[in-house]
Ligand binder design. Structure first.
Ligand SMILES: [Mg+2]
Length: 279
């Protein structure tokens, strides 16, 4: 990254005291139960309490990293002290509301790529059962309602899009995510957050929880840095990660992990109980 990288600029101002443990959570399917209508996705109550309790400890950095746009994510995570990442970490909102955006060059490239790829994606939308979700930095192609016999016609079109230069496609069991920047996956997002926080995974501890292929890329990087990865549900497999059943189970496991890691360099004033001290 160059000195002009907005994340590097912010890191000099750094947001708060040094972070000892950085907790990063995906949103959909990880902190919020998957729902048929994605506009209805909400934080599970156990997830909300978990984020607030973790964030009450100044030794913790707490982040929610989603492929949703930042504007979509922010109202879904009403936790003032959380770092919120949209577009798989292209856009970050810091506690206090300051936003770290990718800059003009990335915006220009995004506009060019969208212009080239959206017509192809439009061809997918004529398939019965296909639902396109435009998340600005990516488009999710939902096909859970597509009949199995129609999938054989859809797959070559997805492959054609995946072959375009600069594009990356993550295939899941019920959706494909088309990224408009090949390298801008959640591993990129986590590394960008580390720069914002001046956080060195070699001297701190990274914990990541997620549920899909985009998360798996981040989890593999985190495991390579001796961090901890938690897979929610059974939609993806990551060697070395621990599996949990659902958002409520995740909250229980993370609280236990927090106690085990000795999180608790103190409680911020005006906050509730530190993580691990509550049910
Ligand atoms: Mg997810």
């Amino acid at each position: 990254m160059t000195a002009k990288d907005p994340a590097a600029v912010v890191s000099r101002a750094a947001a708060g005291p040094p972070v000892r443990i950085l907790w990063v959570f995906d949103f959909d399917g990880t902190l919020s139960p998957l729902v048929p209508d994605r506009t209805e996705a909400r934080l599970h109550p156990a997830s909300r309490a978990l984020l607030r309790d973790l964030a009450a400890d100044p030794g913790n950095g707490v982040a929610v990293l989603s492929s949703r746009s930042l504007d979509d994510l922010v109202p879904r995570v009403p936790v003032a002290r959380a770092f919120l990442g949209g577009g798989s970490g292209f856009e970050w909102r810091l506690p206090g509301g300051h936003r770290v955006l990718p800059g003009e060059a990335a915006e220009r490239k995004l506009a060019e790529t969208r212009e080239a790829v959206l017509p192809l994606l439009g061809r997918l939308s004529v398939f019965p059962g296909v639902d396109l979700e435009d998340k600005r930095w990516s488009v999710a192609v939902h096909f859970r309602r597509v009949l199995p016999e129609a999938m054989s016609m859809l797959a070559p079109l997805l492959a054609e899009i995946a072959a375009l230069p600069g594009i990356r496609v993550f295939r899941g069991p019920s959706a494909a995510e088309v990224l408009f920047f090949r390298g801008a996956n959640k591993s990129f997002g986590v590394r960008r957050l580390c720069r914002i926080l001046n956080f060195d995974p070699a001297s701190g501890r990274l914990v990541y929880a997620g549920d899909d292929e985009n998360d798996a890329v981040a989890m593999r990087w985190i495991l390579s840095r001796k961090g901890t990865a938690l897979v929610v549900g059974d939609r993806v497999r990551v060697r070395g990660a621990r599996n949990v059943a659902d958002p409520a189970d995740l909250a229980r496991v993370v609280r236990a992990l927090s106690r085990q890691l000795g999180a608790g360099s103190g409680r911020r004033e005006g906050e509730g109980a530190a993580c691990g001290a509550t049910k």
